[in-house]
Design a protein around this ligand. Structure first.
Ligand code: FIX
Ligand code: ZN
Length: 417
């Protein structure tokens, strides 16, 4: 057995930094793809620069009409982002800083500000080799994808057999069913499922057959949906009925959690396309508590988008062991807010939380999202363990390793069962 070292106040900061920096992460929600999905896996500097977080920023910094921006080829969009946000100003926002962290960690001399040189070097890489390089650099052991069976590009890949890359796990995304039932019921019929607009017994059983078929194909870790701040439960809408009659029984039968990401108002400014979604008001934690109370045999993974919801959500998680909260989602993924949330969650829930997911859409981003989070986690844990040492508790490095593993994905794996 490895020798255990007792930690003192003097050795604590460096020990925590080492452990947090080296513990591999299980990233529980991303928009990345197994390389078998070909062009769906986004990577490289032009994708990094045109990340929708940066599109929102460049369209504030430049007066170009929105439609003209979208007509530009991707490299020219990236050039505009680079010029306006990195050259003409200091790239100080979190999304801008993220690009610099990635390029620096990939070995580029960022002081040179030479975008052409970065493009040239990255041309030498294949996606398969780049996945390994990025996973190794970011110290990520696994990433959960977001897999939409309605997606015209994704569907055919699932329908043929392919060798799965073990580093990528699936999540069955069901927004089309829950958030757009009237529009998507006809598509389900086209796919061969005999559903009607009304959620009657036949329709419920056909939706379940659809979920079962896709679960067999994807072997997902969980079913997931993004919901608006108006999400209520119980609720007689098609969404509420489909959850109770199809999603929850399906998740129970397959022993998988239902992940709810609550609080996004889609297309606050449609001209921004993917960058046009927003957070305009808090959501209902009561809806989450009602779900957990009524369905104790279901497991719920929940993240909420509004800062105002975070405290009540922590308290809800103390009341329901079938609720696991995760991540600092999207507009909360700023160091100041991540630090506040991570402290509050650890103070409220101890280690029974997954404090971060990356939500990466571009492979390279694994590097910055986890690098920035590890620095925050190091600060928070140094304070928390330091307080325990002051109070007379004894700690070893092996105990800290055990705890950090839980926070970086181990607790999620335990929750999955
Ligand atoms: O619904 C989601 O999964 C969101 O995370 C995304 O749709 C969103 O666009 C995003 O990338 C946030 O980080
Ligand atoms: Zn997401």
């Amino acid at each position: 057995m490895k020798k255990q070292t007792v930690i003192t106040k003097g050795t604590l900061p460096a020990t925590i930094r080492r452990i947090v920096e080296t513990t591999p992460v299980y990233d529980i929600h991303t928009h990345l793809y197994d390389p078998a999905f070909g062009p769906l896996l986004l990577w490289g500097v032009d994708e990094l620069l045109t990340y929708h977080y940066l599109v929102a920023e460049v369209l504030r910094a430049d007066a170009i009409p929105y439609d003209d921006f979208w007509k530009l080829p991707k490299t020219q969009q990236a050039d505009l982002v680079w010029q306006r946000l990195f050259i003409e100003k200091t790239p100080i926002s979190e999304a801008c800083r993220g690009v610099i962290t990635c390029l620096n960690a990939l070995g580029f001399d960022v002081k040179k500000r030479d975008l052409a040189a970065v493009r040239k070097e990255l041309k030498r890489w294949t996606p398969e080799r780049f996945v390994t390089r990025v996973f190794d650099t970011a110290r990520v052991r696994r990433a959960v994808m977001t897999n939409n069976p309605f997606d015209a590009l994704e569907q055919p890949v699932w329908k043929k057999t392919f060798a799965r890359d073990e580093r990528f796990r699936a999540a069955l995304r069901i927004d089309e069913i829950l958030m757009g039932w009237q529009a998507n019921a006809p598509k389900l019929r086209e796919f061969g499922y005999d559903v009607q607009a009304e959620i009657n017994d036949k329709t419920a059983s056909e939706v379940r057959r659809f979920l079962a078929d896709w679960t067999k194909r994807m072997n997902p870790l969980y079913c997931a949906v993004s919901l608006t701040p108006d999400f209520a439960f119980p609720d007689n809408s098609s969404c509420g009925q489909l959850i109770e009659r199809c999603i929850l029984p399906h998740c129970r039968e397959h022993g998988i959690p239902f992940a709810l990401m609550i609080g996004v108002t889609r297309q606050v400014n449609p001209a921004l396309r993917l960058a046009g979604d927003g957070v305009v008001k808090p959501s209902s934690v009561e809806a989450v508590a009602n779900l957990c109370a009524k369905y104790p045999d279901n497991k719920f993974l929940v993240t909420m988008l509004s800062r105002e919801n975070q405290h009540s959500l922590c308290i809800a998680a103390r009341k329901f062991r079938n609720l696991h909260i995760f991540g600092c989602w999207w507009f909360l993924n700023n160091p100041s807010l991540i630090e506040e949330m991570t402290r509050m969650r650890i103070e409220t829930l101890g280690l029974s939380v997954t404090p971060q997911h990356s939500d990466c859409r571009i492979l390279d981003q694994l590097i910055y999202k986890w690098d920035h989070f590890r620095k925050i986690l190091t600060r928070v844990l140094t304070d928390k363990y330091g307080d325990l040492l002051t109070a007379g508790w004894k700690l070893t490095d092996a105990e800290i390793e055990r705890d950090v593993k839980l926070l970086l994905g181990g607790e999620f794996e335990r929750f999955l069962g």
